[in-house]
Write a protein of this length. Structure first.
Length: 285
């Protein structure tokens, strides 16, 4: 498999990362995940802008973010994924520096840049089955809007979900539900769609942004408000969204069955609206 590493296209087994790389030692870096539909990167400007925001937030100076779009297309070509859609992973760390120290290294240290692509095969004409999620106390730091590679809390939460036969863990902070370990979380009540507002407590999801756009364009009311845990029982539907998750209905939270235990009609409509938006390629213009 061909990957991109520090301005070179290499076979994966040719990549060498120093044990003194700050990403390895401190999780001192950020990442981004993108994907293609019909061979084109979906909402690439939004993803690249979010990557720039994350880099700026932690003080990594890397001025070639806009070139990464062409890097991804080249990797898709080199790996002969042309007949499939692909998911792309970008990781940028502060770089290698010895001796190890907590403060930033000198400004002449170059960031470590890694990009990989993975083929995506799916039947987007089939509405996804409902999933189970669990609630987890949010033990993360207070800058969840930064797409940091420091993901241990999310790894542990998602593993906890797997052990409980669930697909996702939803973070609970001070009695409010904000987002999942790798998705955004939504509720539907009386036809109104709810999701947590942008803040330091959630990642500004690109899929979140798109769903809000398509809902409002089609006359659906969306409220950016936190969902209070005691109010869960008053909601009719729940779903999650993400770059590779797209839209998935939630039919069980912990041991509680949502509604009749089947995907809701509003969630189905939102899924259909998103698929139509993708298939009509409105996002290319």
């Amino acid at each position: 498999m061909k990957v991109y590493f520090n301005k070179q296209y290499l076979e994966l087994d040719e990549v060498r990362i120093s044990p003194f790389d700050r990403g390895f030692q401190y999780a001192d870096g950020v990442y981004e995940v993108m994907r293609t539909y019909y061979g084109r990167l979906f909402r690439a400007p939004d993803h690249l802008e979010r990557l720039k925001d994350s880099l700026q937030a932690i003080g990594i100076k890397y001025n070639e973010v806009d070139k990464l779009e062409n890097v991804i297309y080249e990797l898709i070509k080199l790996n002969e994924f042309d007949e499939n859609d692909a998911s792309a992973y970008i990781q940028i760390t502060r770089g290698e520096f010895y001796p190890r120290k907590h403060s930033f290294p000198p400004e002449n240290v170059k960031p470590t840049v890694f990009v990989s692509v993975t083929p995506v095969k799916e039947d987007r004409n089939k509405f996804p089955e409902g999933i189970k999620v669990i609630l987890e106390r949010d033990i993360r730091w207070s800058r969840c809007d930064i797409k940091s590679i420091s993901l241990l809390p999310s790894v542990l939460a998602n593993q906890h979900a797997v052990e409980k036969d669930a697909e996702e863990a939803i973070w609970e902070r001070d009695g409010y539900l904000y987002e999942g370990s790798h998705t955004n979380f939504w509720g539907v009540k009386n036809g109104v769609v709810f999701t947590a507002p942008l803040s330091h407590y959630i990642l500004p999801g690109v899929s979140r942004k798109v769903v809000i756009e398509v809902c409002r364009k089609n006359g659906m009311e969306v409220k950016e408000e936190e969902i209070n845990k005691p109010d869960l029982k008053y909601f009719d539907e729940f779903f999650i969204t993400g770059t590779n998750t797209e839209v998935k209905p939630v039919i069980q939270i912990d041991d509680w069955k949502v509604g009749d235990g089947k995907p809701g009609q509003i969630t189905k409509k939102i899924y259909s609206l998103l698929m139509n938006y993708i298939d009509l390629k409105e996002w290319l213009f």
